[in-house]
Design a protein around this ligand. Structure first.
Ligand SMILES: NC(=O)c1ccc[n+]([C@@H]2O[C@H](COP(=O)([O-])OP(=O)(O)OC[C@H]3O[C@@H](n4cnc5c(N)ncnc54)[C@H](OP(=O)(O)O)[C@@H]3O)[C@@H](O)[C@H]2O)c1
Length: 279
């Protein structure tokens, strides 16, 4: 068993990684914050740099690459480096994605982590609240209209602060979460239209939700310059949502943290007050 206390946080400049890193530091855990532009350089497409990032590391918060494959080699290197534990970020209901074009990156990473000799835990969160303020939905909200092929099926959005708290708790409790997969959701599923309405009200701005077809959505994103394959993968996520099997809430947050998840309304109030949707 490794006695190293340093945690390697991958995707450390991203939405979850930077929150996980901040919480670990606050708890006094040494953090190696890694990504292409992070304080430790780490590039999924350059395995030559991985061993240096893994040296002296006891645990890894693993945000997978956007393509399937590299995590297998990464896990082998982590084993060789004496890492004890891996906490993988995956996605809600990964068992149900079946033949979808969505999530091949996360499924490949899960396979690699589950097949490792290390202690591992898989976190499977639903869509993030913060997608409305730090991701793809943010720019459309700023111009007053969010157009998606999301339909009427509600989504149990999760606050990334809860996800980060789960990750840090799992990292702090060796053994207790070994071999566990946690399906993590918010406390209530809401439609994208309702989410938009809540944001509009709290920020006192006219913002509407518009239902569009998957073809319209794909065409609009390709026009903004996004890669066509990435866009098809995103469109496939909405097809998964439409199937309805991902709209249920889970007790994953309560199981790990012993409390209820934060509400979408709580996220909206905090984020509106911070000015995220002001033009
Ligand atoms: N958004 C959602 O609602 C949602 C829900 C469930 C699961 N997920 C999963 O969450 C993951 C994304 O996590 P996130 O939202 O925390 O990250 P994010 O905000 O999308 O940021 C991506 C992170 O990965 C790093 N990165 C990008 N390309 C890299 C490369 N080639 N090598 C090394 N690092 C690289 C980026 O930093 P640099 O640019 O500095 O390299 C950044 O730190 C994805 O697997 C996604 O499927 C997302």
């Amino acid at each position: 068993m490794s006695t190293d206390t340093t945690t390697l946080v991958l995707g450390a400049t991203g939405k979850t990684g930077r929150r996980v890193a901040a919480r670990l530091r606050l708890d006094g855990t040494p953090v190696r914050a890694a990504s292409r532009s992070g304080s430790t350089r780490f590039d999924w497409s350059d395995p030559g740099g991985w061993d240096a990032a893994l040296r002296g590391v006891g645990a890894v918060y693993l945000v997978p690459p956007t393509v399937p494959g590299p995590v297998h080699e990464f896990v082998a290197r982590a084993e060789a480096a004496g890492v004890a534990r891996l906490v993988l970020l995956s996605g809600h209901g990964a068992d149900t994605w079946g033949d979808s074009a969505f999530g091949h990156d996360m499924l490949s990473a899960e396979e690699a982590v589950r097949g490792s000799a290390l202690e591992w835990t898989v976190l499977r969160p639903s869509n993030f609240d913060q997608n409305f303020s730090e991701e793809l939905f943010h720019a459309p909200l700023l111009v007053g209209e969010l157009a998606l092929p999301a339909g009427e099926v509600p989504e149990p959005f999760i606050d990334i602060e809860d996800l980060a708290e789960v990750a840090v708790t799992v990292l702090a409790e060796p053994g207790r979460h070994a071999g566990r997969t946690y399906e993590l959701t918010g406390p209530r599923a809401i439609t994208f239209a309702e989410a938009t309405e809540l944001i509009s009200r709290a920020s006192d701005l006219p913002i509407t939700y518009k239902q569009i077809s998957p073809a319209e959505y794909t065409a609009a994103l390709v026009e903004t310059g996004l890669d066509a394959t990435d866009v098809r993968t995103l469109a496939a996520m909405y097809e998964l949502i439409e199937r309805g099997v991902l709209s249920g809430t889970t007790d994953g947050i309560a199981t790990v943290l012993g409390r209820s998840p934060r509400t979408f309304e709580d996220y909206v109030v905090r984020t509106a007050a911070a000015g995220a949707w002001q033009r």
